[in-house]
Design a protein around this ligand. Structure first.
Ligand SMILES: NC(=O)c1ccc[n+]([C@@H]2O[C@H](COP(=O)([O-])OP(=O)(O)OC[C@H]3O[C@@H](n4cnc5c(N)ncnc54)[C@H](O)[C@@H]3O)[C@@H](O)[C@H]2O)c1
Ligand SMILES: O=C(O)C[C@H](O)C(=O)O
Length: 330
């Protein structure tokens, strides 16, 4: 048995937390040989609810759960954390875009970036799920000058998984046959789910879709994936939770334990200028991962259509960066 890993989760009493914590404690994040200590952050009025969630965690008698600490001070909760899942933020409601949350949620990520900088373990890895995820990660990263920038990431794995599910349903192949899916850019309606490099059982996805592939790509696939978050809000009355928790696990598990052989995953990470994405933005790329590091997949052909889509999403990220700079958050 390995020694316990300290996993900090923010917004732990929220909807995503209610699904995420139980999966982490059951070993789905780090495997069945690694005990976890949960360190849970909430705002003060939500601590009572969080106590109830902790009672339920106790009642599961998870063999891998090596302890739970809760609190409302990030400086205490992040102390010694090896992994931080930054989920806590106000979700959007009907009619809002994720970017509308910039100001409301920006302050949270300034304070949490500083607290991680001062108190997390040296091997900290940070996944930002709270929206607007990419720019929140940029804010946290900018406020944590002592943490290497490659330790910060934002979640586009939910979009990646949604894209796989849509393609699987279209071609009638199991999701396990779909590989090399990519989400580029922002976790927003401008994101670009890229079918051109995707494969179905090793075969080019466009070929597998058939004659109407171009029409399906432009008029069904891209809008369905990019607007899925809004469709869930419309249907459920609140934003995606179990699927977001599941994607947060997939993202962080693959980062630490490795992406599947002969495949890649989508992850929003700090751009080094690859594929013409402005350096320093937290933008989604195809990456291979392992042992807590990631590498952007290089050398993919980007045609004019894809170029335009990537540029539009990156332009939005650039605008968000300007907005949070003007707000004094970075
Ligand atoms: N990136 C993605 O794919 C994705 C998917 C789904 C949801 N989200 C986002 O995740 C976030 C959480 O969603 P949810 O449905 O769990 O929301 P929720 O409102 O149910 O829970 C959020 C929790 O965060 C807590 N919180 C607020 N400020 C905090 C702070 N400063 N420190 C610690 N906790 C704080 C709240 O008290 C609340 O319990 C939202 O921003 C949502 O938009 C992202
Ligand atoms: O769309 C939202 O606001 C929630 C989340 O980002 C999602 O993609 O489901």
């Amino acid at each position: 048995m390995n020694s316990p890993v300290k996993v900090a989760v923010t917004g732990a009493a929220g909807q995503i937390g209610y699904s995420l914590l139980f999966r982490i404690a059951s070993g789905e994040l780090l495997g069945k040989d690694t005990p976890v200590q949960l360190r849970l952050l909430e705002i003060t009025p939500a601590l009572k609810t969080l106590e109830g969630v902790v009672m339920e965690l106790d009642d599961c008698a998870f063999p891998l759960l090596a302890g739970v600490e809760i609190g409302d001070d990030p400086n205490l909760v992040f102390d010694g954390a090896n992994i931080a899942l930054l989920v806590g933020a106000r979700p959007r409601t009907k009619g809002m875009e994720r970017g509308d949350l910039l100001e409301a949620n920006g302050a949270i990520f300034t304070a949490q970036g500083k607290a991680l900088n001062d108190h997390a373990a040296d091997d900290i890895r940070i996944t930002v799920t709270g929206n607007p995820a990419n720019t929140n990660a940029l804010i946290a990263m900018s406020n944590a000058p002592d943490i290497p920038t490659e330790r910060f990431s934002a979640l586009t794995r939910l979009d990646h998984n949604r894209a796989i599910a849509q393609l699987s349903a279209k071609v009638g192949a199991p999701v396990s046959d779909i590989t090399h899916m990519t989400i580029w850019g922002n976790h927003s309606a401008t994101q670009y789910p890229d079918l051109f490099h995707a494969k179905v059982a090793g075969r080019n996805a466009a070929e597998a879709v058939g004659d109407d592939s171009r029409d399906w790509l432009e008029n069904t696939f891209i809008p369905t994936v990019a607007k899925r978050g809004a469709a869930i809000i419309e249907a459920r009355g609140s934003s995606s939770a179990a699927s977001a928790a599941s994607a947060t696990i997939d993202h962080t598990r693959d980062w630490l334990l490795g992406s599947p052989a002969d495949d890649w995953v989508s992850m929003a990470v700090r751009s080094d200028g690859s594929y013409g994405v402005a350096e320093g933005l937290i933008s989604s790329f195809p990456v291979t991962t392992g042992d807590g590091s990631w590498e952007i997949v290089q050398g993919l052909d980007i045609d004019d259509f894809s170029r335009g889509k990537i540029d539009a999403s990156v332009a939005e990220l650039d605008e968000e960066r300007t907005a949070v700079t003007e707000l004094g958050l970075i």
